[in-house]
Design a binder for this molecule. Structure first.
Ligand code: PGA
Length: 258
């Protein structure tokens, strides 16, 4: 049984004190719900402050990005060792906003993924098609290319640390969510690819999150799908009540299914 994982991607929002306040509220509501893994991913400048709040809870700290080198002359970048230093356990890699606005490619995603693993961070690798690609029936081809790009050199031993977030680009921040069937179809495709890459046993361990306009209202049906093991939440993760409701939906969907 895969432990569901719900991550809040705060993106470029919330100053330090606002981040502290939100983390306190989320800790108070679901800081000891061990059946679901909860991860909060604030901006770099709030990692330390939020990490201190989460330290005595079951909630993990995650970053939204990293650079693959451990240190050196890379102005403006942050290394995996530095993320570990402030208490991060997770890191989001290859989010579509990074691919679209900051020129990240399958190659940079691969390097970041490998570096995260090498330095003891669990990667949440994001993949997903644009609307144009979906309409051109390219969804599976795009997912396949992104999976192959990220995981060419990955070994089965890395699999249990890996989380993959399926985030259709057309659903991110748009209020347009994939239907539960669309999400399940894509997740099943990803799972099958992982079986081919490694084995059925290994693929069964890897957690697949859905991301893209997840809300308190649609979380339960999305999470009710066999291959949807959690959610990567943007907008709704900025409100303690909405985020807590999503975590609860994951808990209930997966507990009932068990
Ligand atoms: P959203 O963002 O929930 O605001 O659509 C999801 C994400 O980008 O991870």
């Amino acid at each position: 049984m895969r432990r569901p994982i719900v991550a809040g991607n705060w993106k470029m929002n919330l100053a330090v004190q606002e981040g502290r306040d939100l983390a306190e509220k989320i800790k108070a509501s679901c800081g000891n719900w061990n059946a679901v893994e909860v991860v909060l991913c604030p901006v770099y400048t709030s990692l330390s402050a939020v990490g201190q709040i989460l330290a005595d809870s079951s909630i993990s700290l995650g970053a939204q990005n990293l650079f693959w080198e451990p240190s050196g002359a890379y102005t403006g970048e942050v290394s995996p060792l530095m993320l570990r230093d402030v208490g991060c356990r997770y890191v989001i890699i290859g989010h579509s906003e990074r691919r679209t606005y900051f020129g990240e490619t399958d190659e940079t995603v691969k390097r970041k993924f490998q570096s995260a693993l090498k330095h003891g961070l669990k990667p949440i690798v994001c993949i997903g098609e644009t609307l144009k690609e979906r309409e051109a029936n390219q969804t599976f081809a795009v997912l396949e290319r992104q999976l192959a790009g990220a995981f060419t050199d990955a070994s089965a031993a890395d699999a249990d640390k890996l989380v993959i977030a399926y985030e259709p680009v057309w659903a991110i921040g748009t209020g347009k969510t994939a239907t539960p069937d669309q999400a399940q179809e894509a997740h099943a495709f990803i799972r099958k690819w992982l079986v081919g890459k490694w084995s059925a046993e290994t693929a069964a361990k890897i957690r697949l999150q859905y991301g893209g306009s997840v809300t308190a209202d649609n979380a339960a049906t999305l999470m009710g799908q066999t291959d949807v093991d959690g959610a990567l939440v943007g907008g709704a993760s900025l409100k303690a009540d909405a985020f807590t409701a999503i975590v609860r939906a994951a808990l209930e969907a997966k507990t009932v299914a068990a």
